[in-house]
Design a protein around this ligand. Structure first.
Ligand SMILES: CC(C)(COP(=O)(O)OP(=O)(O)OC[C@H]1O[C@@H](n2cnc3c(N)ncnc32)[C@H](O)[C@@H]1OP(=O)(O)O)[C@@H](O)C(=O)NCCC(=O)NCCS
Length: 175
Protein backbone atom coordinates (compact mmCIF):
# COMPACT_ATOMS: atom_id res chain seq x y z
CA UNK A 1 0.00 0.00 0.00
CA UNK A 2 1.25 3.50 -0.88
CA UNK A 3 -0.13 6.69 0.69
CA UNK A 4 0.50 10.21 -0.61
CA UNK A 5 -1.54 13.43 -0.37
CA UNK A 6 -4.52 11.55 1.00
CA UNK A 7 -4.22 9.17 -1.98
CA UNK A 8 -4.11 5.45 -1.22
CA UNK A 9 -2.79 2.99 -3.82
CA UNK A 10 -3.50 -0.68 -3.09
CA UNK A 11 -4.76 -4.06 -4.24
CA UNK A 12 -8.54 -4.20 -3.93
CA UNK A 13 -10.09 -6.54 -1.39
CA UNK A 14 -13.17 -8.52 -2.52
CA UNK A 15 -15.37 -5.92 -0.76
CA UNK A 16 -13.61 -3.09 -2.61
CA UNK A 17 -14.00 -5.00 -5.88
CA UNK A 18 -17.74 -5.29 -5.21
CA UNK A 19 -17.82 -1.55 -4.49
CA UNK A 20 -16.10 -0.79 -7.81
CA UNK A 21 -18.53 -3.00 -9.73
CA UNK A 22 -21.60 -1.64 -7.92
CA UNK A 23 -20.51 1.80 -9.10
CA UNK A 24 -20.08 0.57 -12.72
CA UNK A 25 -23.45 -1.25 -12.72
CA UNK A 26 -25.24 1.82 -11.34
CA UNK A 27 -23.45 4.04 -13.87
CA UNK A 28 -24.61 1.77 -16.71
CA UNK A 29 -28.19 1.48 -15.43
CA UNK A 30 -27.94 -2.19 -14.48
CA UNK A 31 -26.76 -3.28 -17.97
CA UNK A 32 -26.57 -7.11 -18.04
CA UNK A 33 -23.00 -7.07 -19.48
CA UNK A 34 -21.76 -5.20 -16.42
CA UNK A 35 -23.57 -7.60 -14.09
CA UNK A 36 -21.91 -10.54 -15.88
CA UNK A 37 -18.51 -8.81 -15.86
CA UNK A 38 -18.86 -8.13 -12.13
CA UNK A 39 -19.61 -11.78 -11.37
CA UNK A 40 -16.69 -12.92 -13.52
CA UNK A 41 -14.32 -10.41 -11.90
CA UNK A 42 -15.21 -11.51 -8.37
CA UNK A 43 -15.02 -15.22 -9.23
CA UNK A 44 -11.67 -14.93 -11.06
CA UNK A 45 -10.17 -12.77 -8.31
CA UNK A 46 -11.19 -15.29 -5.65
CA UNK A 47 -9.37 -17.95 -7.70
CA UNK A 48 -6.21 -15.84 -7.92
CA UNK A 49 -6.44 -15.41 -11.69
CA UNK A 50 -6.55 -11.62 -11.68
CA UNK A 51 -5.63 -8.64 -9.50
CA UNK A 52 -7.46 -5.31 -9.36
CA UNK A 53 -5.43 -2.34 -8.17
CA UNK A 54 -7.23 0.76 -6.90
CA UNK A 55 -6.56 4.40 -6.04
CA UNK A 56 -8.71 5.84 -3.22
CA UNK A 57 -9.26 9.39 -2.02
CA UNK A 58 -11.33 10.01 1.12
CA UNK A 59 -12.27 6.33 1.09
CA UNK A 60 -13.74 6.57 -2.45
CA UNK A 61 -12.34 4.43 -5.29
CA UNK A 62 -11.35 6.92 -8.00
CA UNK A 63 -9.15 4.81 -10.35
CA UNK A 64 -8.71 1.12 -11.01
CA UNK A 65 -6.56 -1.16 -13.16
CA UNK A 66 -7.12 -4.89 -13.58
CA UNK A 67 -4.35 -7.34 -14.47
CA UNK A 68 -5.05 -10.88 -15.67
CA UNK A 69 -2.25 -13.07 -14.36
CA UNK A 70 -3.40 -16.57 -15.32
CA UNK A 71 -4.23 -17.54 -18.86
CA UNK A 72 -6.73 -20.22 -17.99
CA UNK A 73 -9.62 -18.78 -16.05
CA UNK A 74 -12.13 -20.97 -14.25
CA UNK A 75 -14.52 -20.32 -17.12
CA UNK A 76 -14.60 -23.18 -19.64
CA UNK A 77 -12.97 -21.14 -22.39
CA UNK A 78 -9.92 -18.97 -21.92
CA UNK A 79 -10.13 -15.54 -23.53
CA UNK A 80 -6.39 -15.02 -23.23
CA UNK A 81 -4.06 -16.70 -25.69
CA UNK A 82 -0.43 -17.55 -24.95
CA UNK A 83 0.89 -14.47 -26.75
CA UNK A 84 -0.91 -12.35 -24.11
CA UNK A 85 -0.28 -14.28 -20.90
CA UNK A 86 2.57 -16.61 -19.91
CA UNK A 87 4.66 -17.33 -16.83
CA UNK A 88 6.40 -13.98 -17.29
CA UNK A 89 3.74 -11.95 -19.15
CA UNK A 90 0.47 -10.58 -17.71
CA UNK A 91 -2.39 -8.80 -19.47
CA UNK A 92 -3.51 -5.33 -18.38
CA UNK A 93 -7.17 -4.41 -18.89
CA UNK A 94 -10.07 -2.36 -17.59
CA UNK A 95 -8.36 0.90 -16.71
CA UNK A 96 -10.61 3.64 -15.42
CA UNK A 97 -10.68 6.92 -13.51
CA UNK A 98 -14.08 8.27 -12.45
CA UNK A 99 -15.06 11.40 -14.36
CA UNK A 100 -14.50 14.10 -11.70
CA UNK A 101 -10.92 12.92 -11.18
CA UNK A 102 -9.81 12.39 -14.80
CA UNK A 103 -6.83 14.26 -16.25
CA UNK A 104 -5.23 14.86 -12.82
CA UNK A 105 -2.53 12.19 -13.02
CA UNK A 106 -4.18 9.60 -10.75
CA UNK A 107 -4.19 6.82 -13.33
CA UNK A 108 -0.47 7.41 -14.00
CA UNK A 109 0.31 7.16 -10.27
CA UNK A 110 -1.71 3.96 -9.94
CA UNK A 111 -0.08 2.54 -13.08
CA UNK A 112 3.43 3.06 -11.64
CA UNK A 113 2.32 1.28 -8.45
CA UNK A 114 0.97 -1.62 -10.56
CA UNK A 115 4.20 -1.97 -12.53
CA UNK A 116 6.33 -1.98 -9.37
CA UNK A 117 4.10 -4.57 -7.72
CA UNK A 118 4.16 -6.84 -10.80
CA UNK A 119 7.95 -6.53 -10.92
CA UNK A 120 8.17 -7.53 -7.25
CA UNK A 121 5.96 -10.53 -8.02
CA UNK A 122 8.53 -11.61 -10.65
CA UNK A 123 6.67 -10.76 -13.87
CA UNK A 124 8.81 -9.39 -16.72
CA UNK A 125 6.33 -8.19 -19.37
CA UNK A 126 2.87 -6.62 -19.62
CA UNK A 127 0.56 -6.93 -22.63
CA UNK A 128 -2.58 -4.96 -23.42
CA UNK A 129 -4.90 -3.99 -26.27
CA UNK A 130 -6.72 -0.84 -27.27
CA UNK A 131 -9.21 0.37 -29.83
CA UNK A 132 -7.08 2.01 -32.54
CA UNK A 133 -9.62 4.87 -32.80
CA UNK A 134 -8.96 5.85 -29.19
CA UNK A 135 -6.12 8.32 -29.80
CA UNK A 136 -5.83 9.32 -26.11
CA UNK A 137 -5.16 5.72 -25.10
CA UNK A 138 -2.71 5.26 -27.98
CA UNK A 139 -0.69 8.31 -26.85
CA UNK A 140 -0.78 7.19 -23.20
CA UNK A 141 0.28 3.59 -23.88
CA UNK A 142 3.01 4.62 -26.35
CA UNK A 143 4.39 7.00 -23.69
CA UNK A 144 4.42 4.08 -21.26
CA UNK A 145 6.53 2.08 -23.78
CA UNK A 146 3.87 -0.34 -25.07
CA UNK A 147 5.63 -0.41 -28.42
CA UNK A 148 6.22 -4.11 -29.12
CA UNK A 149 3.42 -5.02 -31.55
CA UNK A 150 1.81 -8.45 -31.05
CA UNK A 151 -1.17 -8.50 -33.44
CA UNK A 152 -4.37 -6.79 -34.54
CA UNK A 153 -7.93 -8.04 -34.16
CA UNK A 154 -11.23 -6.79 -35.57
CA UNK A 155 -14.51 -7.08 -33.69
CA UNK A 156 -17.99 -6.15 -34.85
CA UNK A 157 -20.60 -4.81 -32.46
CA UNK A 158 -23.95 -3.22 -33.45
CA UNK A 159 -22.86 -3.21 -37.13
CA UNK A 160 -19.70 -1.24 -36.35
CA UNK A 161 -16.27 -2.81 -36.82
CA UNK A 162 -13.54 -1.96 -34.32
CA UNK A 163 -9.83 -2.72 -34.66
CA UNK A 164 -7.85 -3.57 -31.55
CA UNK A 165 -4.05 -3.57 -31.51
CA UNK A 166 -2.16 -5.72 -29.02
CA UNK A 167 1.22 -4.62 -27.67
CA UNK A 168 3.57 -5.57 -24.86
CA UNK A 169 6.35 -3.87 -22.93
CA UNK A 170 9.22 -5.12 -20.78
CA UNK A 171 8.68 -4.06 -17.16
CA UNK A 172 12.32 -3.07 -16.70
CA UNK A 173 12.06 -0.24 -19.21
CA UNK A 174 11.01 2.59 -16.92
CA UNK A 175 8.19 4.88 -17.94
C1 LIG B 1 -8.22 6.83 -19.85
C2 LIG B 1 -8.30 7.10 -18.35
C3 LIG B 1 -8.29 5.78 -17.60
C4 LIG B 1 -7.09 7.95 -17.92
O1 LIG B 1 -7.16 8.18 -16.50
P1 LIG B 1 -6.73 9.60 -15.89
O2 LIG B 1 -6.67 9.49 -14.41
O3 LIG B 1 -7.61 10.64 -16.46
O4 LIG B 1 -5.28 9.71 -16.49
P2 LIG B 1 -4.05 10.60 -16.00
O5 LIG B 1 -4.49 11.99 -15.70
O6 LIG B 1 -3.31 9.86 -14.94
O7 LIG B 1 -3.20 10.60 -17.34
C5 LIG B 1 -2.66 9.39 -17.85
C6 LIG B 1 -1.71 9.68 -18.99
O8 LIG B 1 -2.46 10.08 -20.13
C7 LIG B 1 -2.04 11.38 -20.53
N1 LIG B 1 -3.25 12.14 -20.85
C8 LIG B 1 -4.19 12.55 -20.01
N2 LIG B 1 -5.16 13.22 -20.67
C9 LIG B 1 -4.81 13.18 -21.98
C10 LIG B 1 -5.39 13.69 -23.18
N3 LIG B 1 -6.54 14.37 -23.18
N4 LIG B 1 -4.74 13.46 -24.36
C11 LIG B 1 -3.56 12.78 -24.39
N5 LIG B 1 -2.97 12.29 -23.27
C12 LIG B 1 -3.58 12.50 -22.10
C13 LIG B 1 -1.32 12.00 -19.35
O9 LIG B 1 -0.31 12.85 -19.80
C14 LIG B 1 -0.76 10.79 -18.64
O10 LIG B 1 0.50 10.43 -19.15
P3 LIG B 1 1.81 10.51 -18.18
O11 LIG B 1 1.73 9.31 -17.28
O12 LIG B 1 2.96 10.40 -19.09
O13 LIG B 1 1.73 11.80 -17.47
C15 LIG B 1 -9.58 7.91 -18.00
O14 LIG B 1 -9.62 9.07 -18.76
C16 LIG B 1 -10.88 7.12 -18.20
O15 LIG B 1 -11.31 6.39 -17.32
N6 LIG B 1 -11.51 7.27 -19.35
C17 LIG B 1 -12.76 6.57 -19.64
C18 LIG B 1 -12.60 5.07 -19.75
C19 LIG B 1 -11.55 4.66 -20.77
O16 LIG B 1 -11.42 5.26 -21.83
N7 LIG B 1 -10.78 3.63 -20.42
C20 LIG B 1 -9.75 3.13 -21.27
C21 LIG B 1 -10.22 2.04 -22.16
S1 LIG B 1 -10.60 0.59 -21.25
Amino acid sequence: MDTQDNLILKIATIDELKEKWDYEIKNHKGNIHYLQAANEAIRETRHGNRITYIAKINNQIISDITVIIKEKGILSESKYTEDLISNIRVFLCDIRTIEDYQGKGYLSKLYKYVENDLKEKGYKEISLSYDTNNIKNKIMYTKWNYTNFIRSETRTSNNTTYTYDYYYKKIDILN
